[in-house]
Design a protein around this ligand. Structure first.
Ligand code: SF4
Length: 486
């Protein structure tokens, strides 16, 4: 089945546009036409052939053209593209619609590429590397508001809409408000949606511990893409963004699975990814290499439950220690308190027992962890010679311990310096390269769409194109090592 693709791939290791068009044609031609059938709604005027449209999209992404508006211009000017798609001339609107509809089949097409690679013995997935990558949303970073501003604008918008019933044209409108009646109605829908999502975020914030809670005026929402998360990107710009999790085969660099969310954290994402690879591709992973963000209790437990060996260093080994060593008035760290399992208490550096005090639940993405607090008595602390290093102005000392800390301790013991170094090298060669390819080779630094689902479809398309490039490389390498036939 891959023979045509192989022949096209052998043409040149350094692909010209003509080479790219050849292997897009060869690969898409071998996809069962039934896969594309779901893209046609079965009503209205006859659609452009979906397989040709798909070739157009893939060829354009390979050329780092990510916008359907650009595709529409290329259709009229690129002769290689015109030949590839049999001279059809889809409109700009048709291209935008087709890109959105591709979301229904792109995961299936991605999975079939992985299955094909396994069938042709180009892929034996058992070791994978995982990392997150954040990509800016199409939403503007200049249109971020808090509840106070949003409420004021909604009130002003409602008043303007109520005045729209009169015959007088409204001229004295604020610059942010839609200038037409239809524009204001659409804006109202968008602001209502933003209000619902912001209210939900405020409720979630209220459920956090006092130390982690943000003042209500510091909880923001993007008005142009309310579903996006808000955080600082790699250039330290506070903007709307989505966070993708990418799981890559460590040997071939083929991307096995991905998710996209508006949570700007990696914690709690590993279990669903392992399950996804198992159910959709039938792949049982043995080892997963990841950075310290994945060595949380929830992730380590998720791997243990699924019999997967997680190779991720526990965070305090690096960053926390470096940060602590920079502080002049260092406080005695929790490591200097000894936990006694039988007594269920700590022994503090002064040698006194430190009993259990209370516990609280802390919410994480995909789960909850329970923290127990152990507290020393005020009398002992105030009379202690170590008080100046231990208390830092407090009357008594407390330390916390997560229920299941022994799981983290075992992970810490497993990640010796040699293991951690080998894992870091492997990640640099695989997943960090993949994430760089998404941004450099494909040029996906910002989604050209709003809403989570559309951004997810966009990332899935990007991943398919990257996998296609990787598959081509694997085929070329395999053909070089294959015994010569006479
Ligand atoms: S200050 Fe309190 S907790 Fe710290 S070492 Fe002294 S007695 Fe123990």
């Amino acid at each position: 089945m891959l023979q045509n693709f192989l022949l096209a791939s052998e043409a040149s290791a350094e692909a010209s546009d003509k080479d790219k068009a050849d292997w897009v044609e060869a690969y898409v031609n071998q996809i069962d036409s039934v896969v594309f059938a779901g893209l046609c709604r079965g009503r209205g005027s006859p659609p452009n052939p979906p397989a040709q449209m798909f070739k157009l999209v893939i060829f354009q992404i390979l050329k780092k053209n990510l916008s359907p508006a650009k595709w529409a211009r290329e259709v009229l000017s690129d002769s290689i593209l015109q030949t590839l798609i049999s001279n059809i001339i889809p409109s700009r609107t048709a291209l935008y619609n087709f890109r959105d509809r591709l979301g229904t089949i792109i995961e299936r097409i991605n999975q079939s590429l992985i299955v094909l690679a396994i069938e042709h013995e180009l892929l034996e997935p058992s070791v994978a590397a995982l990392d997150g990558t954040s990509v800016r949303s199409y939403g503007s970073r200049h249109r971020i508001v808090n509840l106070k501003t949003l409420t004021r604008r909604r009130n002003e918008l409602a008043a303007a809409i109520s005045r729209d019933d009169s015959i007088v044209t409204q001229t004295e409108l604020p610059s942010w408000m839609g200038k037409s009646i239809d524009g204001r109605l659409l804006q109202k829908d968008r602001y209502d949606k933003a209000n619902a999502i912001l209210s939900q975020r405020i409720v979630e914030n209220a459920g956090k511990r006092k130390q982690s809670r943000r003042p209500i005026d510091e909880i923001y929402i993007s008005l142009s893409d309310p579903e996006s998360g808000l955080s600082r990107d790699k250039e330290n710009v506070y903007c709307p963004m989505y966070c993708g999790q990418i799981l890559t085969d460590a040997k071939s660099s083929l991307i096995l699975s991905m998710t996209l969310s508006n949570h700007v954290t990696d914690v709690g994402t590993i279990g669903p990814l392992i399950d996804q690879v198992k159910t959709s591709l039938g792949i049982t992973l043995k080892d997963i290499h990841a950075d310290s963000a994945y060595a949380s209790l929830l992730d380590v437990k998720a791997c243990l439950e699924r019999n997967v060996n997680l190779l991720a260093p526990v965070q305090e080994n690096s960053l926390t220690k470096t940060n602590q060593s920079k502080k002049v008035d260092k406080q005695l760290s929790r490591d200097q308190f000894t936990f006694n399992v039988e007594m269920h208490s700590y022994t503090c550096p002064a040698g006194h027992a430190m009993p259990y005090f209370d516990r609280d639940n802390r919410k994480r993405v995909n789960g909850v962890v329970v923290m127990e607090r152990f507290r020393q008595s005020t009398e002992k602390c105030q009379a202690c010679s170590l008080a100046s290093q231990c208390l830092r102005g407090a009357k008594q000392r407390s330390v916390t311990r997560v229920i299941g800390q022994e799981v983290i301790d075992a992970q810490k013991a497993k990640m010796t310096e040699d293991v951690a170094l080998a894992s870091r090298v492997l990640r640099a060669q695989t997943i960090e390269r993949t994430n760089a390819d998404i941004k450099q080779r494909i040029g996906l630094r910002r989604f050209g769409v709003i809403t989570l689902q559309r951004a997810k479809n966009h990332l899935a398309l990007t991943i398919f194109v990257l996998n296609l490039m990787t598959l081509r490389r694997l085929i070329i390498e395999a053909s070089k090592h294959a015994p010569a036939t006479t």
